[in-house]
Design a protein around this ligand. Structure first.
Ligand code: SF4
Length: 235
């Protein structure tokens, strides 16, 4: 399963252009809240990704141990305690899966989407994610009270790793948070779009009966991404 590996490499190269701090991987007793818990504007310290700043997020899977060798939380920019107001924001999770558990065809597609949906099942107190998948927006409201009690990316990153690891396919997770105002969010957004196009092509392959690459609208994506043609003709 190499479908997303080139995209992961490109994203990693882009992330490496900014200063990176590796945060500890460890569990914490930070409380969770229910999925219906809200942070109102009046209770908010600031927002990561807001109307005036980019806010983007993605989850991308691989079976390649060289790309995700173990769990990790990485920060590119200021941590939550250092931020003073609304800021640009990006979150990316590289998820190493056991290829043998991925399945094929519809099962493969469902697994990929299922892992993306993990972001909806993770509720550390004081960290309210707001997502608009059609616009590729992911922003987060940070609660003032939680911030005063020490909320940090170390806590949220580790909690996200734990949420992924509840899935039987997941072996390791690397979470990157970006708040650096000078980071190239547009370039990262393009790479997230590239990843989404691969996922959409997998879905299309499952539904589409066209087997003639020269007559297929997806040829550009399939020419670029190793493994997509193989996936279609195997099917
Ligand atoms: S492998 Fe060929 S026919 Fe299948 S989706 Fe890709 S370009 Fe289209």
């Amino acid at each position: 399963m190499k479908l997303y590996d080139q995209t992961i490499e490109r994203i990693t190269n882009l992330l490496n252009e900014s200063t990176t701090v590796e945060l500890p991987v460890r569990t914490s007793s930070w409380p969770d809240v229910s999925d219906r818990s809200m942070i109102l504007r009046s209770e908010m310290a600031y927002e990561l990704g807001s109307n005036q700043f980019p806010g983007i997020g993605a989850t991308i899977i691989t079976a390649n141990e060289d790309l995700v060798s173990g769990d990790g939380v990485f920060l590119h920019g200021k941590d939550l305690q250092e931020l003073k107001g609304d800021t640009p924001y990006a979150r990316v999770a590289f998820v190493k899966v056991d290829e043998a558990t991925l399945g094929e065809g519809e099962a493969l597609y469902r697994t990929i989407r299922d892992l993306e949906y993990v972001r909806y099942h993770f509720y550390p107190e004081g960290f309210m994610m707001r997502v608009s998948p059609s616009k590729q927006i992911e922003s987060v409201r940070i609660g003032r009270s939680a911030l005063n009690r020490g909320l940090s990316f170390e806590i949220t990153g580790n909690r996200l790793i734990e949420a992924f690891k509840k899935k039987p396919q997941v072996e390791a997770v690397q979470v990157h948070y970006v708040t650096d105002p000078d980071f190239d969010y547009k370039a990262l957004s393009k790479l997230f779009t590239e990843s989404e196009e691969i996922t959409k092509t997998i879905d299309h392959i499952l539904k589409n009966v066209i087997m003639d690459c020269n007559a297929c609208s997806l040829q550009a994506v399939c020419d670029e991404v190793e493994g997509l043609k193989e996936l279609h003709f195997k099917k």
